[in-house]
Design a protein around this ligand. Structure first.
Ligand code: GCO
Length: 479
């Protein structure tokens, strides 16, 4: 089963289409651990996590969920849950230490084993080539602000595709380039922690170039490659029904969504984005001839990550309290080019990330893509929530809030499918509790609880619920 295999029947009210892919997602730095084993070299996240004040509690991904040593157990767990797909990322500094030269046989052997375990259990592997762990050497050479990094990425992907492409056909090049560029290079709450608005825009372009080159690599080395990119598309709402707030929403939509969608799917950057950022850098020097043709190579699917909506207002001194950025408090804004926009706390119950729960935003994002960028299969590549989970004295984790969150969002996915949106699968974020970036281990997103000191795994109630959804290919009646 691949994400681009057409579904064979329409969803009924309660059920999902036959062949709908049910998975969970993780990322290498968040779960693997084994940070310096078998030839792996440091990534920007190893460096950043060791920077004072960067990560809560000075947590690092050194051990994380120890997935590197527990692959067999973890894949067995996935099989028990009935997952039909698993989305994971490759650690670039494990596959190609130092970000250049030959592949590391031990690093590739790990992913070989993971892929074989998955296939042995009938679980479709979905590989993310880059989920934020750039080899430190490449950051030292300028990171994503340096054009050469795009070519280094293609080189690394070639090594991975040649080795794993015989068994893995579904690949995604990048995870959430918005976060890599703007949280990494503008607000600095993510690695590499730079606060340079112009570098963030350069990073956008070089990430996109890397994506395009990467699609070419996959077409060349992976038979029947199903290529995609994963974007954290935002459902942006104006705070008040005023032309000024509408304009603010359009501006932010450009800087969050269209800055990626348009070059990839239409072969050009949006005019308003170029205009809104022209004071920061010279786009004509950044974008070389031929880049946009490379970036807009056809892809087979688009991965959508969605957690919470975005509420904006034109800054006029009257807007309600500005909310904290959900990825960590910062004095610098990731919103390069939108200095005159306020970001507000959307209504709704809050998760532990202080993210408002509003599943209609997921519907809006899916429906919008299918309307404005038609004929592109979609998959929900991440969706989930952090709550204050704990193991009770009976050995249970009763995460009813997470079940409610997943149910409401899956209801919206089903509504989108019923309305004709071509959604091929859904991946819950995340399989395991893990290293939640600048929040360290203080935020639990898993449907499986991890006691980090013993690395023992416990199914949360949401895992049991999710496996019921998978088994019936439908949402259970609400009790
Ligand atoms: C992202 C990343 C995940 C996060 C998750 C929760 O989408 O930001 O892909 O690694 O852990 O989103 O913040």
């Amino acid at each position: 089963m691949t994400v681009t295999q057409p579904v064979t029947s329409a969803a009924t009210d309660a059920s999902f289409p036959t062949g709908f892919l049910w998975g969970s997602a993780t990322a290498a730095y968040q779960v693997e651990g084994a940070w310096n084993e078998d030839g792996r070299t440091p990534s920007i996240w190893d460096t950043f996590a060791r920077t004072e004040g960067a990560v809560r509690n000075a947590d690092t991904g050194d051990i994380a969920a120890d997935h590197y040593h527990r692959v067999t157990e973890d894949v067995a767990l996935m099989a028990d849950l009935g997952l039909t797909a698993y989305r994971f990322s490759l650690a670039w500094p494990r596959v190609q230490p130092g970000g250049g030269g030959a592949a590391n046989p031990a690093g590739l052997a790990f992913y070989d084993r993971l892929v074989d375990e998955l296939l042995g259990k009938g679980i479709t592997p979905v590989i993310t080539a880059y989920h934020w762990d750039l080899p430190q050497e490449l950051e030292d050479a300028g990171g994503w602000a340096n054009r050469d990094t795009a070519y280094r990425f293609a080189d690394y992907l070639t090594l991975a595709a040649k080795r794993l492409g015989d068994r893995v056909s579904t690949w995604t090049t990048l995870n959430e380039p918005w976060c890599s560029a703007f949280l990494g290079y503008a607000s600095g709450v993510h690695a590499p922690g730079r606060r340079e608005p112009a570098s963030a825009l350069m990073a956008v372009h070089h990430l996109l170039l890397g994506h395009g080159l990467g699609v070419g690599v996959l077409r060349e080395h992976v038979p029947n490659a199903q290529t995609s990119i994963v974007l954290n598309l935002q459902s942006i709402r104006p705070s008040r029904p005023t032309p000024a707030d509408d304009a603010a929403a359009t501006k932010v939509d450009g800087l969050a969504n269209r800055i990626f969608l348009d070059p990839i799917l239409r072969g050009h950057y949006p005019e308003d984005v170029l205009a809104n950022t022209a004071h920061l850098l010279d786009w004509s020097a950044l974008v070389h001839d031929g880049d946009l043709a490379e970036i807009s190579r056809p892809i087979d699917a688009l991965g959508v990550n969605y957690y919470t909506p975005t509420l904006v207002a034109a800054r006029d001194g009257n807007s309600p309290a500005v909310r904290q950025d959900g990825h960590g408090a910062t004095s610098a804004s990731p919103w390069v080019g939108a200095d005159d926009v306020d970001f507000l706390q959307p209504p709704g119950e809050l998760t532990m990330m202080q993210w408002a729960v509003d599943a209609t935003g997921l519907y809006d994002v899916l429906a919008r893509i299918s309307r404005e960028y038609p004929d592109l299969p979609l998959m929900v590549a991440e969706n989930g929530a952090a709550y204050d989970d704990y193991l009770d004295p009976t050995g249970r984790i009763r995460d009813t809030e997470r079940i409610d969150y997943l149910r409401s969002h899956l209801t919206e996915v089903r509504r989108a499918i019923t309305d004709g949106v071509d959604v091929r699968g859904y991946f819950v974020w995340s399989l395991l509790d893990n290293f939640e970036w600048s929040y360290g281990y203080s935020r639990r997103f898993g449907i499986v609880f991890v006691d980090f000191a013993t690395q023992r795994r416990w199914r949360k109630d949401s895992a049991t619920w999710f496996s019921q959804v998978i088994a019936t290919n439908a949402l259970p009646e609400q009790k």
